[in-house]
Design a protein. Structure first.
Lengths: 493, 131
């Protein structure tokens, strides 16, 4: 039975001349585009009725895997649970309607929230200053390394051209160093997931501008010799950059500032309540210690006492003459910043600690249950942080069940797949991050699903074409990467 | 079991080297490496006549799983690159020691064969990795 009305493509529902009232052209000419510049042909758009359109998009939305409907062991890397209240309050018309060029006397409420957000982030990271300006994690990284460079330049220390990155680093770290004009020096990882200290010793020197570290690392373990690493790099004259990707694991427990980091970027969208994973908008707020305070990107929100009242204002070039400058027209994505503010206010100091406690408890519980069920942990001697790695190298060899197969088979069991094939250092790996908000029952059911898949594979079931029950089956990711032309072209009629 | 031609030398970064009659050296990645990377979708090649340092970036191979740098196992001057890989990166998957070669270079200081692995040593090296 081929019934085009059941097609997933709205172009297949299209009938020439069919219109919806909501999409009818306006009677009067409303366009200021000169006639000579108007297109001659109609664009290739589907022509469908209003109800067809509503049904089409409603049906598509029902096919979503989402945090609202399924367990998402991708964790804060992509989407942890973001409370509705954060969004509702950030959308208050007094916030949403504020014009970015309005005088600061008209936006004291907003500015006070931003000032307090800066203060809370300073407190939770142990840094001396925070700038909310970077628009996303990558821009936060860029700002961080740009400040490290500005610091060395300001001291006339021009020979520091190298940034050290562990081989386990997020790919953005070497990319950032390169964007900032530095050479990248890679340092290997030891067998238990810590940085190879001897290799680091050999790598630091008068050419070292700094080191970029994620702690806990992408391998899901805490860098145990962080104090020695900090001393080593500082003695060599370099600075320490903290990639805040895994901040969720340490909130309220240990502070990058106390680990002697000089600069940190925080993915507020990741840790502090903004849906993401689709490319934005984000927030890569940066925190700095005393050394880098003069170089923060502007604007920053300041406060002063005027006639017994606190007044908030924008700090700009005049206040921070050594600043690395502006990264965008205004200060960050205000909606994301407001959600982070509300989230932190709702949690309070105690709640902040509970986030990291439950995030690590859930990860360690899940890791222990999977280990007991026969799964191989990549770092079995280590306590997990908020995430951990399972390697399926044994299953891939013995029963031809790869990490990708189990990830796709999980979709049939109504679980979103964990991160696959990252970090690159571990073969056939799943990086599992349950996050703080999942119940024990959800975690237990996930373990059951994992066991069922491996058991079935051992009994001869193939999962090469999984998922079997979803609207879209196993995608040809090789073809997708080789043939980048994704446009749908309706047949000429 | 990956296939290891006996007339090649190997590195810990899973590259192979073949000395040609004219003194140049052809370099590619091993069958083990292509298997671990999975289906290749893109190869970034160096410029012909470019000098590369030993241990420096020479090329990038990108699969659906990962993008990996290919490091120069010896220093020298690039004399040829396998242009065919631009359109057919999968040649590295199907024929890593033949049509899937990546670059040819003229070594600057000869080739220190002692620093490279024989087929037997490389086989042992990858067996240990799998344990």
């Amino acid at each position: 039975m081929s019934d085009p009305t059941n097609s997933n493509l709205i172009f297949d529902k299209s009938r020439s001349g069919r219109r919806a009232f909501a999409q009818a052209p306006a009677d009067a000419a409303v366009s200021a585009i000169p006639e000579s510049m108007l297109r001659d042909d109609k664009p290739r758009l589907p022509e469908a009725s209003e109800l067809q359109t509503v049904r089409h998009f409603t049906r598509l939305s029902q096919m979503n895997f989402s945090i609202d409907t399924q367990f998402y062991p991708l964790g804060s890397c992509t989407m942890k649970y973001n409370p509705r209240a954060c969004n509702a309050l950030a959308l208050l018309p007094e916030f949403a309607g504020r014009h970015p060029l309005a005088p600061s006397s008209h936006g004291q409420g907003f500015l006070s929230c931003m000032f307090e957000l800066q203060e809370m982030l300073k407190d939770v990271t142990g840094m001396k200053g925070v700038s909310l300006t970077p628009m996303a994690g990558a821009q936060g990284e860029f700002a961080g390394v740009a400040m490290i460079k500005a610091y060395h330049e300001a001291r006339g220390d021009h020979g520091r051209t190298e940034i050290i990155c562990p081989d386990a680093a997020h790919g953005t770290n070497p990319a950032t160093a390169t964007m900032c004009g530095c050479a990248v020096r890679e340092v290997p990882t030891g067998p238990e997931g810590d940085i190879d200290f001897d290799a680091l010793k050999a790598a630091v020197g008068p050419q070292t501008a700094g080191i970029m570290l994620t702690n806990p690392s992408t391998l899901g373990v805490f860098e145990r010799r962080i104090e020695e690493v900090a001393d080593l790099v500082h003695e060599a004259g370099g600075l320490l950059y903290y990639d805040g990707a895994n901040l969720n694991a340490i909130l309220g427990k240990v502070r990058p500032g106390d680990m002697d980091f000089d600069v940190i970027h925080m993915n507020l969208h990741k840790t502090f309540s903004t849906p993401h994973g689709g490319g934005g908008p984000g927030s890569g707020a940066v925190g700095v210690n005393d050394r880098l305070l003069p170089f923060m990107p502007i604007p920053v929100v300041g406060s002063k006492e005027v006639g017994g009242e606190t007044v908030y204002n924008w700090l700009s070039e005049a206040d921070l003459p050594q600043s690395i400058g502006r990264l965008s027209g205004f200060m960050g994505n205000s909606g994301v910043l407001l959600r982070a503010y509300v989230y932190m206010r709702m949690l309070g100091r105690d709640g902040m600690e509970r986030v990291s406690e439950y995030a690590t408890l859930n990860a360690n519980y899940l890791a222990a249950r999977l280990r007991d069920a026969g799964f191989e942990l990549a770092f079995p001697t280590r306590r997990a942080s908020h995430e951990f790695i399972v390697t399926l190298r044994r299953e891939a060899k013995s029963v031809n069940l790869t990490a990708m197969d189990i990830a796709k088979a999980l979709l049939d069991k109504n679980y979103h797949a964990p991160t696959t094939y990252f970090p690159l250092l571990v073969p056939e790996c799943l990086l599992i991050e349950p996050t703080e908000t999942e119940s024990k029952e959800t975690l237990d059911n996930f373990v059951t699903a994992m066991i069922e898949i491996v058991t079935a594979a051992k009994q001869g079931t193939e999962f090469k074409d999984a998922p079997y029950t979803l609207p879209v089956r196993r995608l040809d990711d090789v073809k997708a990467a080789r043939q980048l032309d994704l446009a749908y072209r309706p047949e000429e009629t | 079991m990956s296939d290891l031609p006996g007339d090649l030398l190997y590195t810990k970064d899973h590259e192979w080297l073949r000395r040609e009659d004219d003194g140049s050296v052809t370099i590619g990645i091993t069958d083990h490496a292509q298997g671990a990377l999975g289906d290749l979708v893109y190869v970034e090649l160096p410029e012909v006549a470019q000098d590369v340092d030993e241990g420096g970036d020479m090329a990038v191979v990108e699969s659906v799983k990962a993008a990996s740098d290919v490091y120069a196992p010896i220093g020298g001057n690039i004399t040829a690159v396998n242009e065919g890989l631009s359109d057919d990166p999968e040649k590295i998957n199907s024929d890593p020691y033949g049509d899937g070669w990546i670059v040819r270079m003229q070594p600057s200081d000869g080739m220190d064969e002692g620093a490279l692995m024989s087929p037997d040593d490389y086989q042992q090296f990858i067996d240990e990795l799998d344990d």
